[in-house]
Design a protein around this ligand. Structure first.
Ligand code: NAP
Length: 346
């Protein structure tokens, strides 16, 4: 039997702050520390799956996004995990428990239990990081509480086959809206229409996106779920209807930008549209919404997924050491669905 006290704890550390796009050199696989030993009140966790999310790029910068501190150089990349309790000196957990944790990019971690959420014995554990967890919840809150689509309205979402976007579009369909997705490439667009049930999906790389979007939205846009910013936002702005709602979830097209954003200054056009069209533009950070709202999400989403009304596509990458490449790929649009890294078997 392996002693956890002497075995190595593999960790992926932030080696350097990226200049623009992250590269593999910005990360370091570290094998210099042993598996930690829990103190009274702590549990030792084994990472089974770790989540790969765009916000990790934001936390790699020296100046963080405000809702979480920047990752310090030489420390593990932070992030959500599905973990198993290996040893427990905490009264509420026992060895063998499956939990949602924030262990970050490492094989093992300690926790005092305050950040742990017990998981039932789900068939697809990784969904607790995606469609049945943080990213699905983000879609549910942003679309239903802020976007508030009504039957017959037009909803547009980009990164449409990604973790958040795919759920936004499918919930909007369940609410009777017409849904137009925008995604990177024909395979993703075909999937959005054929598998996810979107009414249309357009390739964001097509230089005629503005024209195609206007054609796909003959009644204008009532809800634009903002995931990306950039050229997609440029195409959307002229099509927003009076009293349109814009939940601002993210703007991934700019996460690798240096402080000065490249290209034209979009601010005057944005402000003019918000003013003239009486647009309600509201940002949200999903961390603020847990509690009862999460329970409602779990009930509704669990039922929709069980009924086959919402489909959840994942990209499962094997091996902790592959996490940096997975994040780099996600920021370049090479993922197809929610990205999780499988670190260990159950
Ligand atoms: N507010 C919150 O609390 C919260 C929580 C979770 C996520 N988010 C945000 O939600 C958005 C989606 O996150 P996710 O986890 O669901 O990731 P994801 O959609 O699974 O993956 C990211 C996708 O972004 C698209 N993308 C990358 N570069 C782009 C560019 N330059 N222009 C347009 N699209 C680009 C790519 O899709 P295509 O190649 O198919 O276009 C890529 O697959 C992100 O902005 C993220 O920061 C916010």
């Amino acid at each position: 039997m392996v002693s956890h006290d002497t075995a190595v704890n593999r960790r992926i550390l932030l080696a350097a702050r990226p200049q623009g796009r992250p590269t593999l050199q910005d990360f370091q696989l570290d094998t210099s520390t042993p598996v930690p030993t829990p103190a009274p009140g702590q549990v030792l966790l084994r990472t089974l799956y770790l989540s790969v999310d765009p916000y990790m790029r934001n936390l790699m910068d020296a100046v963080g996004p405000g809702y979480a501190p920047p990752i310090a150089i030489g420390t593990p990349i932070v992030g959500g995990t599905v973990s198993r309790v290996l040893r427990s000196l905490h009264p509420q957990f026992k060895a063998g428990d499956l939990v949602l944790a924030n262990a970050g990019w490492q094989d093992h971690a300690l926790s005092d239990g305050s950040d742990l959420r017990p998981l039932g014995d789900m068939a697809r554990l990784s969904l607790a990081l995606g469609g049945l967890g943080m990213t699905g919840f983000t879609a549910h809150v942003g679309l239903l509480d802020i976007g508030q689509p009504k039957p017959g309205e037009t909803v547009v979402v980009a990164a449409a086959t990604g973790a958040v976007g795919a759920v936004v579009g499918q919930i909007a369909k369940l609410k009777g809206a017409r849904v137009v997705g925008i995604a990177g490439g024909t395979d993703k667009c075909r999937h959005a229409v054929a598998e996810l049930g979107f009414d249309a999906c357009l390739d964001r790389h097509d230089p005629r996106l503005p024209q195609h979007l206007a054609e796909a939205c003959p009644q204008g846009i009532d809800v634009y779920f903002e995931n990306v910013g950039g050229a997609v936002l440029d195409a959307v702005l002229p099509l927003l209807n009076q009293n349109a709602r814009v939940p601002v979830c993210g703007f991934i097209a700019h996460y690798n930008d240096a402080l000065a954003v490249a290209g034209a200054d979009r601010l005057p056009a944005l402000l003019a549209t918000v003013l003239q069209k009486r647009v309600r533009l509201q940002g949200f950070i999903i961390l603020d919404h847990y509690g009862e709202r999460f329970e409602r999400f779990q009930r509704e989403m669990g039922q929709w997924v069980a009924d086959g009304r919402i489909k959840l596509r994942e990209q499962v990458v094997e091996g902790l050491e592959q996490a940096p490449a997975a994040l780099i790929g996600l920021l370049e649009g090479r993922n197809f669905g929610k990205v999780v890294v499988k670190v260990a078997g159950r």
